[in-house]
Design a binder for this molecule. Structure first.
Ligand code: ZN
Length: 82
């Protein structure tokens, strides 16, 4: 079963969810958490126009928009995956 996964920043009002999904299965969660842990590197990479695989690219772009915000992982059903 697929589960569309997004990043969300809720320090903004209203909360901002990533335009692009960053994963499609719960087994993507470890990769997404690792990408969040390396957020600063992805922000730097986006600034250098680096290209990644589709989901990672979506995450990297979202990080570049929210370089220091707290980011949550949410799925299409609104459930959070801490
Ligand atoms: Zn933000």
């Amino acid at each position: 079963m697929s589960t569309r996964i997004y990043l969300e920043c809720n320090v903004h009002e209203p909360a901002i969810k990533s335009d692009q999904e960053v994963g499609q299965h719960l087994y993507d969660l470890p990769r997404i958490r690792e990408e969040i842990a390396k957020r600063a590197e992805y922000v730097a990479a986006v600034n250098l126009d680096a290209q990644f695989e589709r989901f990672t690219q979506g995450a990297a772009y979202f990080f570049s928009q929210h370089p220091t915000c707290p980011i949550r992982i949410v799925d299409e059903y609104g459930d959070e995956h801490p």
